[in-house]
Design a protein around this ligand. Structure first.
Ligand code: F6R
Length: 364
């Protein structure tokens, strides 16, 4: 039931404060400031390496998580899309943890990769939104997202819930490996607990995003740029836009622009820059200025400080609440989803059932 919403996708975008809170509740003990996994045996102290495998939006959630696993737990991470993973004969050392991320738990490539990793002696962790799915059943460690059924073909609330679970897993892994002090764990719990309210703050910008959708809707090509955990978000923004509005879009690491894609820049290509203020801000903004110097029309997504520092000369800015870098990818997913949504509505495409796509891809 869509309720008062025009599309399931819109409803699911709006459910995020509630479902992210619901998901976090089963991983965080807020009062104790502890992160716990909802499984009886969760000792991860012997994990030496994590191999992450997924498809599409779930893969981008994995890309964000790689930063966290490396930063907090100091564990080496290998990551690939499921359809390539098996064919490159990946090296998986005994005792490694293989992590599969899937909304449906039925994606054929991801499931085949899971079985391959099991045959290679890996411990299997699954982040999944459907507890009765094949992947959930075959997991050694099942880490559920509590997003509720996702009907829109374009994944939204499952993605932010995946990020919430992956942040909790990173903290748990870090603690198990002796890399996380009690105080640092308490801080992580505090920051994650702030995510639902910050998502609400991001949703408050909906009308402003709707107002700028026309600019993007008339473009033939759109670029998304980000650095650090905002790089996977740039990829996710581009995927969301192409799948529901059929506009060609690409996401790039901001610093990679000058190695080729900047040749595409002219005043017909909107460039969406995702840059919360913080340690990576200056570098991303200088990449943004390179785009502007070539006549590129920039839409900057940042917080108040970032927009104040670098918003001038952009064709539009989107102001997010100021948040800790840990939860920035969860919060900044929202404007990226809303922009794709409003552009698709402006173009009159079938938002919930885009052409050529199925909700669950059960062929390899
Ligand atoms: C994009 C999208 C797809 C899925 C991908 C994996 O909006 O929905 O890219 O993310 O097909 O699906 P799951 O997560 O079910 O394995």
């Amino acid at each position: 039931d869509r309720g008062n919403y025009r599309h399931f996708m819109q409803k699911e975008i709006y459910e995020q404060p509630v479902v992210v809170a619901q998901t976090l509740r089963s991983y965080l003990q807020r009062l104790e400031g502890r992160v716990t996994l909802p499984i009886p045996e969760s000792d991860l102290s012997d994990v030496r390496r994590v191999t992450v495998v997924a498809c599409g939006t779930s893969f981008y959630a994995g890309m964000v998580a790689r930063y966290w696993f490396e930063q907090f737990a100091r564990v080496p991470v290998d990551i690939d899309v499921a359809s390539e993973f098996r064919y490159r004969q990946p090296v998986m050392e005994p005792g490694g943890l293989a992590l599969f991320i899937s909304q449906s738990g039925e994606t054929a490539d991801t499931l085949a990769a899971l079985r391959h990793a099991r045959a290679e002696g890996q411990r299997i962790a699954v982040v999944c939104n459907v507890p009765t799915s094949s992947m959930a059943r075959e997991a050694d460690i099942l880490l559920p997202t509590h997003a509720g059924p996702e009907i829109g073909v374009a994944s939204t609330k499952a993605f932010t819930c995946q990020l919430a679970v992956l942040a909790a897993l990173a903290a748990n892994l870090a603690r198990a490996k002796g890399k996380l002090s009690e105080a640092a764990e308490r801080e992580i719990v505090r920051h994650l607990s702030e995510a639902p309210a910050a998502i609400n703050g991001a949703l408050a910008y909906d009308e402003a995003i709707e107002a700028m959708a026309g600019t993007v809707a008339s473009a033939r090509d759109v670029l998304y740029l980000g650095r650090g955990t905002d790089y996977p978000l740039a990829l996710e923004g581009a995927l969301k836009l192409k799948e529901i509005s059929y506009i060609h879009a690409e996401g790039y690491a901001a610093g990679e622009m000058k190695h080729g894609p900047i040749a595409l820049i002219d005043d017909a290509v909107p460039v969406i820059v995702i840059a919360p203020s913080g340690p990576l801000f200056e570098k991303t903004v200088s990449n943004m200025q390179e785009v502007r110097a070539r006549g590129g029309r920039v839409i900057l997504i940042s917080d108040y400080d970032g927009v104040a520092a670098a918003g001038e000369g952009c064709i539009a800015t989107i102001t997010m609440p100021k948040v800790h870098p840990l939860i920035a990818p969860i919060v900044y997913a929202v404007p990226v989803q809303l922009l794709a949504y409003h552009v698709a509505v402006a173009k009159g495409t079938d938002v919930d059932q885009p052409r050529n796509l199925a909700k669950s891809v059960t062929v390899e």
